[in-house]
Design a protein around this ligand. Structure first.
Ligand SMILES: O=C(CO)COP(=O)(O)O
Length: 122
């Protein structure tokens, strides 16, 4: 069982849903557990996935996922960041990305990278 964390900023949620639809066969397997920040998780559920929803990003969801990364509980992070928007929880976002590097966890921050990662993972 592998755990994938899915996160998308508001401006990137449509692309995330598109990505989830594109890789349904790979991602909707019982060998993969999906965890997500709150609103991304709701969209992921609406796309037909079973997902463990954590808090919304600005309320601490990124920090919760960061903690799971630090505990060795996450195998891959797909985080579609919106570089054109400001985020009140920027420190949490950087913490999450830093911990991916600390613990050598694959992190995709855009759809092109995510596609390559998922193909490598499958
Ligand atoms: O803010 C986020 C990532 O930094 C995402 O949070 P939501 O999925 O709750 O919108």
């Amino acid at each position: 069982m592998k755990t994938i964390a899915i996160i998308a900023h508001d401006g990137k949620k449509p692309e995330m849903v598109q990505f989830l639809n594109e890789f349904r066969e790979t991602l909707n397997s019982n060998q993969i557990k999906i965890i997500a920040t709150g609103t991304t998780g709701s969209k992921t559920e609406a796309a037909g996935y079973k997902v463990e929803k954590l808090l919304s990003g600005p309320l601490g969801g990124d920090a919760q996922i960061a903690a799971r990364i630090a505990e060795g509980l996450v195998d891959m992070v797909i985080f579609f960041r919106d570089p054109m928007d400001k985020h009140p929880h920027e420190p949490d976002i950087f913490m999450l990305m830093r911990l991916c590097d600390v613990h050598n966890v694959p992190l995709a921050t855009n759809p092109a990278t995510a596609r390559l990662l998922i193909r490598g993972f499958a």
